[in-house]
Design a protein around this ligand. Sequence first.
Ligand SMILES: Nc1ncnc2c1ncn2[C@@H]1O[C@H](COP(=O)(O)OP(=O)(O)O)[C@@H](O)[C@H]1O
Ligand SMILES: [Mg+2]
Length: 378
Amino acid sequence: MYYIDSLLVKGFRNYNQQHLHFNPRINILVGENGQGKTNLIEAIYYLTVTRSFRTNRDQELANWHDNYFYIKGTFVKNDFKDELQVTYRSGKPLTVKLNQDNLNRFDHLQKYPVVVFSPDDLMLIREGPSVRRRFLNLEASRLSPIYFSELRAYQKVLQQRNSLLKENYNNRQTLGRRIEPWNDSLVSLGTNIIQARVKIIKALEKETKIFFEQMTKANETLTLDYACGFDYSEGQKETRNNFLSLLSSKYETELRRGSTQVGPHLDDMKILINGYDTRKYSSQGQKRTAALALKMAEVSLFKKIHENWPIILLDDVFSEFDQKRKQYFLDYLINNTGQCFITTASDLNEIINNLQSEYKIFTVFRGSITNENSGPGY
Ligand SMILES: Nc1ncnc2c1ncn2[C@@H]1O[C@H](COP(=O)(O)OP(=O)(O)O)[C@@H](O)[C@H]1O
Ligand SMILES: [Mg+2]
């Protein structure tokens, strides 16, 4: 069991001061647009990740009239209670406290897991490969610290190799000698990264299957494929060889462009519905469902490794689905997740009427929560 029990925010976005107690399962934030629903979810996310999912500038999070914000939350995990606090003052490093101890900003990152789903996640489907690479890197790093360190090492090698290509293209003899060791590191780190990504893609695909089929009434299948410039499907040794030979065939182009033209930094994850590229051939609704399926897969993978469900923040997700999908998704959440926060501008009754679980409702109005109601079981 893992959930956030209470939250205090001061000076965060349009909240002056707000103290809340949450339900360990379902929390629904209802209110018109622009009232502060997403802001509250953002505060929960910020407290655990120490960054926002909407901006990289902390100052934006402080109330317009101030240069300060404060967030405090109590987290319950396997019967232990932890108090986490962050204090922002402009021009000063962020203060993070766990119980009585000061923490380094990113020290507690993995300890209070949250997953946010917002309409922006459609970018995962709609945008170019770099968004999906970031997703894969993030997922793989979360699941394996080795991946994270190899990725950092790879990025350094890439940088070194690129600057060699740029500096020495006039002196091919020197370059040939100097670039050799970088080729080896590029290929061996790159191969490990590719193999780890292929593994995580397989795991994600497996997890998305049931969810996606149910959401589309079993008419459609979602498949995920790793897209790479060369064949990676056989063993480690073959993959390295294929990597290396494509690399040498691109040498002239690399010299001309001054950058490395083969490797996982250019790869992609293909997301296919019934075999067709979702990015190109799917409707808005299919894209949405595919993105949601990926996120839910991330949630179940997380559970497998960390034993507790992460806290799930669902921002404006329900309004997009028809009645049947809403119902299925709600049932899925009740049966397959822990604590959830759901924001909605409109369809509150549709949600509660279908909810077979205890829940709590928060009415959000102009940066304050004016009303709290509880549902069955509470
Ligand atoms: N730094 C800030 N200071 C004060 N108000 C802010 C700040 N950032 C955003 N807001 C206000 O917050 C409101 C948007 O809140 P949001 O949570 O995104 O709304 P919604 O309920 O639609 O999710 C807007 O009215 C906006 O003016
Ligand atoms: Mg919003």
